[in-house]
Design a protein around this ligand. Structure first.
Ligand code: GAR
Length: 190
């Protein structure tokens, strides 16, 4: 049984969905939630779920040893970024090479990169007149949104879509696919 840490910065609805999915998995459990922001609603979710959680502040993420030690002492095997808006320190990327996944709420390589998160992405997609958007699940390397793509799923952008309505379509796709892709990746490790 592997231990997953989910990294978040905001609401944490994907983190909660992952936690609930892995309660019934024979491959792994979500045992730790890391937030880059003290006020993230994800921390309330974690408390309600009885999930161990911590805030890693910017300075702590810059400290090469701090975050790694926190993960190691909890026996974390796998890291999932679910709406995490800070850069993952290189020490962690090296220590967890091939064992970090991110979800992006668009069809990369379009609409990726620095500053492209959450509703900023959906607004950019609508303003560009795209007929489709979707989700991309990819491995994490040192640069934003450029690691190997493992999975994509698309959804139509309707003429009357707003960033909010598009966000809910995208969230539905995320809830459906993300846990299964994470689980399949973890099973490949064994
Ligand atoms: C998700 O849609 C995720 O794809 C996106 O943030 C949202 C977090 O929602 N991630 C990014 O934009 C990363 N560039 P949640 O906190 O409700 O899970």
């Amino acid at each position: 049984m592997k231990n997953i840490a989910v990294f978040v910065s905001g609401s944490g609805s994907n983190a909660e969905n992952l936690f609930r999915y892995f309660e019934h998995s024979s491959a792994a459990r979500v045992t730790f939630l890391v937030s880059s922001r003290r006020e993230a609603y994800a921390l309330t979710r974690a408390a309600n779920l009885g999930l161990d959680a911590a805030v890693f502040f910017r300075e702590q993420l810059r400290d090469p040893e701090f975050a790694l030690q926190e993960l190691k002492r909890r026996g974390i095997d796998y890291i999932v970024l679910a709406g995490f808006l800070a850069l993952v320190p290189e020490t962690i990327i090296r220590a967890y090479a091939g064992r970090i996944l991110n979800i992006h709420p668009a069809l990369l390589p379009k609409f990726g990169g620095k500053g492209m998160y959450g509703e900023h992405v959906h607004r950019a997609v609508i303003e560009a007149g795209e007929r489709q958007s979707g989700i991309t699940i990819h491995r994490v390397n040192e640069a934003y949104d450029s690691g190997r793509i493992l999975f994509q799923a698309a959804v139509d952008v309707d003429p009357d879509d707003t960033p909010q309505s598009l966000a809910s379509k995208i969230h539905a796709l995320e809830y459906l696919h993300f846990p299964k892709i994470v689980e399949a990746e973890i099973l490949k490790l064994e």
